[in-house]
Design a protein around this ligand. Structure first.
Ligand code: NG1
Length: 459
């Protein structure tokens, strides 16, 4: 696969420092891959409905170096000793480690390549990972790891893919860890471009780079509330995937559209759509909440309850387990996704035109909708957003899946320090008195996407 170079000297030095640890034979080929995390400007929880997003790849990356080995295994070491090294066989169906194990993202990406190239005899690889995207902070360290290890494994096996296909492959493969996510993070990591935001559409995947206005600064601040995607956050996330799909199916039936499973199907079938009409239609067709046993939903849809269950929740190890005691929020979730889609489309226009104040207003509205209708904000995230606004940000919102993690604030470059100061005083000093919050918030820049280089060609 041909990808733009994007290595800075610091990253190349990081890659070189890993070489001693890989244990490759003298003269063996060693490849190095960098893949960045991302911060999403707007378009939250829209990707798995096949609706657009507007992230930037950030200047924080995961680096992987890899060399072929002869054991038929993946042998992966992490430069950070907190994450234990792992070794596993390459087989048709790789069994996952226990939930929460970091190397499940490596297994996911290797499984993705195996599934994509079923006819290839794949060589094993030794890999060393050095991740600098803060974990569990909503900046997609998981996708940076999955993208980098997938590209490294492909490079070791001399396999090439068009970047659009690679992004789709890694997005699909990440579901191996049990989160039924969309394709934003992997596409942002692969298609990142320096000084540009990315307007990403799905089904089919398309990416348009939008120049960030020169006077725009992005302040990203970590709430330090861990959004751990392997526990309750995963359950909450997957629940929302189900709620959005139910809303789509109900709307599809009400509007006599065939084959609708996600809200993107509805939107694409109705070129002149608008959110308020669709929300209104849903409100008159279905109760706002439906039982988690899917009985009422099956009645509305005119399908068998067990067929709907299998279709929505899946089967096997990645089956979604719904808490049966809470109703499914169909109307609120759809209202967020549909209004957010309108905001994303508008945001692409105003950002391109350099109208930062309007962009800020859209980001504020996005946060409100995520808090009220999508219910994925927290008191901590709301407090951070408030501090950023008090410091003069043009707009601020939670970024990523929410339930903890980070916020992103848009501000004029001249005002970034004031926004950071307001966050330091109003948030970190209150929750973490006596600590230096230096590594918890920063002005992040839009950086280049993933890139593969030969660190040492075969002798
Ligand atoms: P993060 O912030 O990485 O947990 C998740 C999903 C995205 C997207 C956002 C919400 C994965 C790998 N990532 O991001 O696809 O749905 O939430 O907009 O599942």
């Amino acid at each position: 696969m041909t990808l733009s170079d994007g290595w800075d000297s610091d990253e190349l030095a990081r890659a070189e420092r890993l070489v001693d640890r890989i244990g490759a034979d003298a003269g063996a080929q060693i490849v190095a891959v960098r893949a960045p995390g991302r911060v999403n400007l707007i378009g939250e929880h829209t990707d798995y409905s096949g609706l657009p997003v507007l992230p930037v790849a950030i200047d924080r990356s995961t680096i992987v170096i890899a060399a072929a080995n002869t054991t038929g295994e993946i042998d992966v070491t992490n430069a950070d000793p907190a994450w234990q090294g792992r070794r596993f066989a390459i087989e048709r169906k790789i069994p996952p480690y226990e939930t929460g194990d970091w190397a499940n993202y490596v297994k996911a990406s290797i499984q993705g390549v195996i599934d994509h190239f079923p006819a290839h005899a794949l060589r094993g690889a030794s890999m060393v990972v050095d991740g600098r995207v803060p974990p569990a902070a909503g900046l997609s360290s998981s996708s940076a790891l999955a993208v980098s290890t997938a590209l490294a494994f492909m490079a070791v096996n001399q396999l090439e893919l068009d970047p659009l296909e690679a992004a789709t492959m890694v997005a699909r493969s990440e579901r191996y860890v049990g989160t039924h996510g969309g394709g934003m993070d992997q596409a942002a990591s692969i298609f990142g471009r320096r000084d540009h935001a990315l307007f990403i559409e799905f089904d089919p995947l398309r990416v348009r780079a939008i120049k960030m206005p020169a006077n725009a600064a992005l302040v990203v601040a970590d709430s330090r509330q861990i959004a751990d995607k392997s526990g309750t956050v995963r359950a909450e996330y997957n629940r929302r995937v189900v709620e959005c799909s139910l809303a789509a199916r109900i709307l599809g039936r009400a509007l006599k559209l065939d084959g609708v499973t996600i809200l993107g199907d509805v939107v694409r079938a109705l070129p002149g759509w608008n959110a308020s009409d669709l929300v209104e239609k849903l409100a008159v067709t279905s109760p706002a909440q439906l039982g988690a046993d899917l009985k009422d939903a099956a009645n509305i849809l005119g399908v068998m309850q067990n067929a709907l269950d299998a279709d929505l929740l899946g089967q096997g190890p990645t089956r979604i387990a719904l808490d049966p005691t809470r109703p499914l929020e169909v109307l609120k979730r759809a209202r967020h996704v549909l209004t957010e889609t309108e905001r994303v489309i508008r945001a692409a226009t105003v950002l391109e035109a350099g109208r930062l104040e309007e962009m800020g207003t859209l980001m504020d509205a996005s946060h409100q909708s995520l808090a009220d209708d999508f219910e994925c904000s927290t008191h901590r995230l709301d407090a951070l957003v408030e501090c950023a606004r008090r410091g003069g940000a043009l707009g601020a919102r939670l970024t990523g899946a929410g339930f903890g993690g980070s916020i992103v604030a848009l501000c004029d470059v001249s005002n970034a320090d004031a926004v950071i100061e307001s966050i330091d005083h109003g948030y970190y000093a209150k929750h973490y008195p006596g600590t230096t919050p230096k590594n918890w918030r920063a002005v992040l820049h839009a950086g280049p996407g993933a890139s593969v280089v030969d660190l040492r060609a075969t002798a």
